[in-house]
Design a protein around this ligand. Structure first.
Ligand code: X5A
Ligand code: ZN
Length: 723
């Protein structure tokens, strides 16, 4: 069993007993809608369902004062008038006679989830809870929150399991100031929150929600706030924030556990958030987090007040936690016009702003921060004194961080189901008919949004080596079949070396058969071995086969010495990205070479800062990942790359590997394509100046076409006060 779902229906008991327009959105139907969605899509049935138990007083005491706990306990016996009077003492809170019971169940659910994940009973999970927690404080309820479920879960993980590095990702649209306060001076908990801010004009109206708040004392640099200064942020903005802000820090932090304050008021349709991100976006966000901490993720529900949007978003997240491929992200993949006030400083001192701009393009300039001290990369066991490094690999000095974002183009985002860039068709590839799919009519959101059922992962492997040697995961299929001899020969004809080589033809026959099954939707992803030295020719055949099938966008990530086939038209249907040797070259906006990174920092910068922005911006129908001669990646790196390349094309990815290198690599790739977390990259090594230079130069040339790349740094400036 991979994914836990922790719930108790008693948590639907608490509800607002009087008139209060601010609080009425926090209703019991939030839980039932989410659960119904999971059930209807057959997702609940695939989870390990745990019934929540109340947290103990001792557990509540990990965060809350005994007096406060006693106060909440006394609400059980208050009458309506007394409850209302007490509620008024807090900001945006209501009490109900069942509040104490529900809030203890909510904490208990989060703790059970942490236990299930940290004991290895499951890989990950969701605690579906009410009341939410991230606003609640040591001695205060706040913003519908009574006990701080996620903060208590983090304390519990530290105390009971001795964890030293926990990442909390708070994607709720409100600032989880409660969590921030609790871990303000604690370097073992990295707290990341994005939130609607509007220069301080949005609830909870706090200066400390701004990007200037970076933590205190030992905890400096371990609070990262990304305030959105306008509404209307969409998939591209959230994705850019993950790729350019959160993930570079998260990889360097190297968490042992990821807790997600999973509020879905950041999704489209929500009355609080007023944002535009579609439910599919949360599948991608959680998938990106799954490459951290060996996939140990505990998501705990926070906000989310549009019942349909909430339910669909929860389904998307759980489906991805279960290992299913993510549906493609639709719509224009252009982030907002600027990330302004990206503040990186040494505590309160030097601040560096990074700005993400649409035209005019201001490329990221490492020289602006070159006076910052060299980073002291943290040792594996104790990262307290570490320095964050930027995705581009340059150190931004001590302590990150913060980002304020203004969306300048608030033109409404077109409905993703009707707007397809350049009129491309989405249904090139049929959904599998052999995989079990929960029979369910997709349900539209008001904006015409659809949730497509996704079949379980089906990964197939076509290898020349004996199957038994691989010990593949259970749901990975072995590709036995082969294309017809004549067909194989016909495809191979342009490549003399392939036609002459009997073993090469046999391998190609298997690959063509596997590719055919991916193209017609019977198989989602695959790994295939090419004959020795035949990867380039095979890749050429595979590309032509995909184009003849009608593929409109094909992403080729070619590692090692593989040249782009010469006679391939540069018409925008193929995005060719070669990672090799020392070369950095832009042949065209669709023909790019980047040097093979030598460090973990350089590798991550390349993947997060270049490959993924290009891949998500391109919106491919299918991804080809080819490991050619001298590909030079460690297995863990190749696995991470394959894991994240599942994202952009609905999980349709074919990995080609050379026969000799196959065994361990193929097994590792099969695991990640199948939905498992990639192995650790090992100790973090800073990107070298050459690596940064090459990426910077490439990005500057590519930014006009590929907007998700854009990150830039204006001169440092002071933190502005709340308006
Ligand atoms: C958990 C959560 C929001 C409170 C909003 C008060 N709280 N206006 O989303
Ligand atoms: Zn919220």
């Amino acid at each position: 069993m991979g994914t836990a779902l922790v719930y108790h229906e008693d948590m639907t008991a608490t509800r607002l007993l009087w008139d209060d327009p601010e609080c009425e959105i926090e209703c019991p139907e939030r839980l039932t809608a989410a659960l119904d969605g999971l059930r209807q899509r057959g997702l609940q049935q695939r989870c390990l369902c745990l019934s929540a138990c109340e947290a103990s007083e001792e557990e509540l005491g990990l965060v809350h004062s005994p007096e406060y706990v006693a106060l909440v306990q006394r609400t059980q016996t208050l009458d309506k008038e007394e409850l209302q009077a007490l509620s008024k003492q807090f900001d945006a809170v209501y009490f109900h006679p069942s509040t104490f019971h529900c809030a203890r169940l909510a904490v208990g659910a989060a703790l059970q989830l942490v236990d299930a994940v940290l004991t290895g009973a499951v890989h990950n999970g969701l605690a579906l809870v009410r009341p939410p927690g991230h606003h609640s404080q040591k001695a205060a309820a706040n913003g519908f929150c009574v006990f701080n479920n996620v903060a208590i879960a983090a304390k519990h993980a530290k105390q009971k399991y001795g964890l030293q590095r926990i990442l909390i990702v708070d994607w709720d649209i409100h600032h989880g100031q409660g969590i921030q306060y609790i871990f303000d001076d604690d370097p073992s908990v990295l707290y990341f929150s994005w939130h609607r801010y509007e220069h301080g004009r949005f609830w909870p109206f706090l200066q400390e929600s701004d990007s200037c708040a970076v933590g205190q004392g030992q905890g400096q640099g371990f609070t990262v706030n990304l305030p959105w200064n306008q509404v209307g942020m969409g998939n591209a903005d959230y994705l850019a924030a993950f790729l350019h802000v959160l993930l570079p820090l998260a990889f360097e932090f190297d968490p042992e556990l990821v807790l997600v304050s999973a509020g879905f008021d950041s999704a489209i349709g929500d009355p609080e958030g007023q944002m535009q991100a579609t439910p599919e976006c949360f599948a991608h966000l959680i998938q990106l987090l799954q490459v951290l901490a060996g996939g140990r993720i505990c998501a705990v529900l926070e906000g989310g007040y549009h019942l349909e949007s909430l339910s669909q978003s929860v389904c998307m997240m759980v489906q991805t936690l279960l290992g299913d491929p993510t549906p493609p992200l639709l719509g224009l993949m252009v982030p907002c016009q600027r990330f302004e006030d990206w503040r990186v400083g040494r505590g309160a001192e030097a601040a560096v702003r990074v700005t993400m701009l649409l035209p005019p393009i201001v490329p990221w300039s490492p020289s602006r921060v070159s006076r910052q001290p060299r980073p002291l990369t943290g040792q594996a066991s104790n990262k307290v004194s570490m320095t964050w490094t930027w995705a581009g690999g340059s150190s931004l000095g001590f302590f990150v961080v913060n980002v304020t974002v203004t969306r300048l183009d608030v033109a409404p985002v077109l409905s993703p189901s009707t707007h397809l860039p350049e009129g491309r068709s989405l249904s090139l590839l049929a959904e599998s008919s052999t995989c079990e799919v929960a029979e369910d009519t997709p349900s539209p959101l008001p904006g015409g949004l659809w949730l497509h059922p996704t079949p379980p992962v089906c990964t197939a492997v076509a290898l020349a080596v004996p199957d038994a040697a691989l010990a593949l995961p259970p749901r990975v299929l072995h590709q036995e079949g082969s294309a017809l001899r004549e067909e194989t020969e016909a495809w191979a004809r342009p490549h003399k070396s392939l036609v002459k080589d009997e073993k090469g033809l046999a391998a190609l026959g298997k690959i063509l058969c596997l590719l055919g099954r991916i193209l017609d939707g019977q198989v989602r992803s695959g790994i295939a071995a090419t004959a020795a030295c035949a990867t380039a020719a095979t890749l050429d055949v595979v590309i032509r086969r995909c184009l003849s099938h009608g593929a409109q966008r094909l992403l080729c990530v070619a590692l090692g010495q593989l040249d782009r086939p010469l006679d391939l038209a540069d018409d925008g249907r193929i995005l060719w990205l070669n990672i090799r040797g020392k070369e950095a070259a832009v042949g065209s906006m669709f023909h790019i070479s980047t040097p093979l990174p030598q460090t973990t920092g350089g590798f991550l910068s390349c993947i997060l800062g270049l490959v993924l922005p290009l891949a998500y911006g391109f919106q491919p129908d299918m991804v080809l990942m080819a490991l050619g001669p001298a590909y030079g990646l460690q297995n863990a790196q190749a696995a991470l790359l394959a894991a994240v390349l599942r994202g952009p094309a609905g999980g349709r990815i074919l990995a080609l590997v050379e026969e000799e290198s196959v065994l361990q690599l193929a097994k590792t790739l099969a695991q990640v394509l199948h939905g498992e977390a990639p192995p650790s990259l090992g100790p973090f090594l800073m990107a070298s100046p050459e690596e940064i230079q090459a990426l910077t130069c490439l990005k500057a040339q590519l930014e006009p076409r590929w907007k998700l790349l854009q990150v830039a740094a204006p001169p440092p400036g002071p933190c502005s006060p709340v308006a």
